[in-house]
Write a protein that binds this ligand. Structure first.
Ligand code: UDP
Length: 438
């Protein structure tokens, strides 16, 4: 029998594509052949990220979004997409339904794995008798949070540590999912629709997985975290030399991910916070086209050799892996959070939007992060930023967090293969189930 073939359909955002690609690599290591379906602009990003050894097992399929006047082709990805166009992109993606039907009909894969944001694609697969699974590209803690409010509106969430100040922010993620759910035939939900893959590991949020499984409504299957490729990107030689001069765990790495742009006020608070902390740092600064947001005047001169600014994009994993890094000032995007766990770097959490505040709480709950408190108006404050950085870099807080982070990293690594066994079992079960119905 030839290799089993899986088509994957991720949502068009780096934060979703990255975990899909990790899953593709893991499944290809288990003998599956994978086709990733996405818009050409995303495929060029994906192509660069596929290591040579997967070239015969991971393939790409182009999905052409309609040419809407308000959404030119260079906007067929959320990366750098102005926020008012996010819903438009989502709608354009949904308009590819007949095309996606054609792709599945031509390819006749054994299985489909699709993004939970794109529930319509599972319906397409089902109409062609192709078994499928949906993938929630963040963790079970967040999934359980929304699941609870969806099925038990008005009731208190049973895990108070995750209660968040900015529920409204997190809800924004789910409005899109709600929109996608419209076309799902709720009367025809089968056993297999209850399985949900999550991008996490039992060691990180196992109690939330158990809670979801206990409801009988959602069987959560963690895919485990990824092992980084041997080559996690190159460090520019000048930056490497600079890092080599720093003492162990003395330097913070500061980044707010691929989507978020700091406002003028936030840029100032972070800059002065770093300055006041006295810590060495690498800060990835991103500027939004057309916005007048700049570093404070004279900042670079005042910082001198203490800091390095990287404009645009940094080899994040390579930096986190370096022994001089002692803390990660992060927005707690889920990929960044998992990378911090992988490389044993304590988190100084500054969540901004969507799932980030909940991710930050989950890390604090795991004892591997401190969160920078905001002022009474919800704004960032330079003194709070400086204080938390100082704690992590200069006193025993950092050492305690690091010990727990290293433990957590060891636990997720030790579960990695078992968790993938679980994923393969579920895929096989659903394929067998479908075959027995034919
Ligand atoms: N990333 C990177 N260099 C950068 C910024 C981000 O390599 O300068 C990578 C980072 O390692 C992570 C991903 O982009 O894998 C960001 O995903 P995350 O979920 O943390 O945040 P998002 O970008 O979705 O807000």
């Amino acid at each position: 029998m030839g290799k089993l073939r899986i088509v994957m359909l991720p949502y068009l955002a780096y934060g979703h594509i990255t975990p899909f690609l990790e899953l593709a690599k893991k499944l290809s290591n288990r003998g599956f052949s994978i086709d990733i379906c996405s818009s050409p602009i995303n495929l060029s990003f994906i192509k660069e990220k596929i290591p040579e050894k997967y070239s015969s097992s991971i393939h790409l399929i182009e999905l052409h979004l309609p040419n809407l006047p308000e959404l030119p082709p260079h906007h067929h990805t959320t990366n750098g997409l102005p926020s008012h166009l996010k819903q438009t992109l989502f709608k354009a993606l949904k308009m590819t339904k007949p095309q996606f039907h054609q792709i599945l009909n031509d390819k006749k894969p054994d299985f489909l794995i699709y993004d939970i944001m794109l529930l319509w694609s599972g319906v397409v697969a089902s109409s062609l008798n192709i078994p499928s699974l949906n993938f929630y590209t963040v963790n079970a803690a967040i999934f359980s949070y929304f699941f609870h409010f969806y099925y038990n509106p008005g009731e208190e969430f049973p895990f108070p540590a995750l209660y968040m100040r900015d529920y409204e922010q997190a809800k924004m993620t789910h409005e899109v999912v709600d929109d996608a759910e419209v076309e799902v035939d709720k009367d025809n939900v089968t056993e297999s629709d209850k399985f949900v893959l999550v991008h996490s590991s039992k060691s990180i949020d196992g109690k939330y997985m158990d809670y979801l499984c206990g409801t009988g409504q959602a069987k959560v299957v963690p895919i485990g975290t990824q092992s980084p490729e041997d080559d996690v990107g190159d460090l520019d030689i000048e930056l490497l030399k600079w890092l080599e001069k720093k003492t162990e765990h003395s330097t913070v790495y500061v980044s707010f991910g691929s989507e978020y742009f700091l406002s003028k006020e936030e840029m100032e608070e972070v800059a002065y916070g770093l300055e006041l902390s006295g810590a060495d740092f690498i800060w990835v600064v991103r500027y939004q086209k057309g916005e007048q947001v700049e570093l404070p005047q004279g900042f670079k001169e005042r910082i001198g050799e203490r800091g390095r600014i990287i404009e645009g994009w940094a080899p994040q994993q390579r930096i986190l892996k370096h022994s001089s890094i002692g803390g990660f000032v992060t927005h707690c995007g889920w990929n960044s959070t998992l990378e911090s766990i992988e490389f044993g770097v304590p988190i100084i959490a500054m969540p901004m939007l969507y799932d980030q505040p909940l991710n930050a709480r989950l890390m604090v709950e795991n004892g591997v992060a401190v969160e920078v408190p905001r002022d009474e108006n919800g704004n960032l404050d330079r003194l709070n930023i400086a204080e938390k950085i100082k704690h992590v870099i200069s006193d025993e807080t950092g050492e305690n967090l690091r010990k727990k982070m290293n433990n957590l990293g060891e636990n997720v690594r030790s579960q990695r293969e078992d968790e993938m066994d679980g994923v393969v079992e579920v895929i096989q079960l659903l394929i067998d189930e479908k075959n027995s119905q034919k």
